[in-house]
Design a binder for this molecule. Sequence first.
Ligand code: PAF
Length: 290
Amino acid sequence: MELWRTPDAFRRACDEARRRGARVGLVPTMGALHRGHQTLVTEARKRADFVVATVFVNPTQFGPNEDLARYPRDLDGDAKKSDEAGADGVFAPSPEDMYPPGDETRVRVGRTAEGLCGVHRPGHFEGVATVVAKLFALTGPCVALFGRKDYQQLKVIERMARDLLLPVEVVGVPTVREPDGLAMSSRNRYLSAEDRDKARRIPMALTAASRAFASGERGAGELARIAREIVAEVASSIDYVDVADPDTVRVLGAGERAGERALLALALRLGGARLIDNVVLGEDPPPVAG
Ligand code: PAF
């Protein structure tokens, strides 16, 4: 497996693969890889002949008081896990390479980025869209894969690819969960043993709302209330528990009714970790089986 450290070397390898007629598949990550990321690589393998993962902790998507400095970094481990999952190589650039001196250009995102995390992390999705656009430009992928755990991010990137006429298929891959239903996330490693135990409430909350939805509940306020009540007992603080349109990510008011599909998304803090999760009611299985 190859490890590319510079944009030039990486671009050359992708160009060469395309010249050979290979379909190039891209899995962008910030590293600290877990089984969820490995599933993205496995899914990419099914859709492409040359699969690359990128490992870059993107500074422009972190706010001033967020966890950029302490975000877990383990390039050797990430290269090994990418290799095991079937990647042909890993691109791990430096911040200076991705944001050259004098850098000032950003991708301006729109309504898809306004609700949910957009309210609590100003500038976050602009940073995500900017770095993903750069990675698309370097890689020239036919297909790029993103986890549905970051559902709003997935929708922002889909929108960007459509709006900027980028010739890439954006694929959302179902969330990979621990046996108790907790979504895999690089940030789970911030959890103490006690907080990890409390985190079980997150999939329980999404499951309770899924069951209510399956029983016919469509009130956005009621669906959110059911989930909020379950996490409120353990969360240090809650950024949001909201019901939104699953295609546009427009947040529904408490008095509105959900359609046949609805996004239930939440973000909360548990000790030192900010965790997000979601379920598309009417589409995704409940996170906790049984
Ligand atoms: O989901 C992530 O890990 C990041 O937001 C991404 C898409 C790699 C952009 O930095």
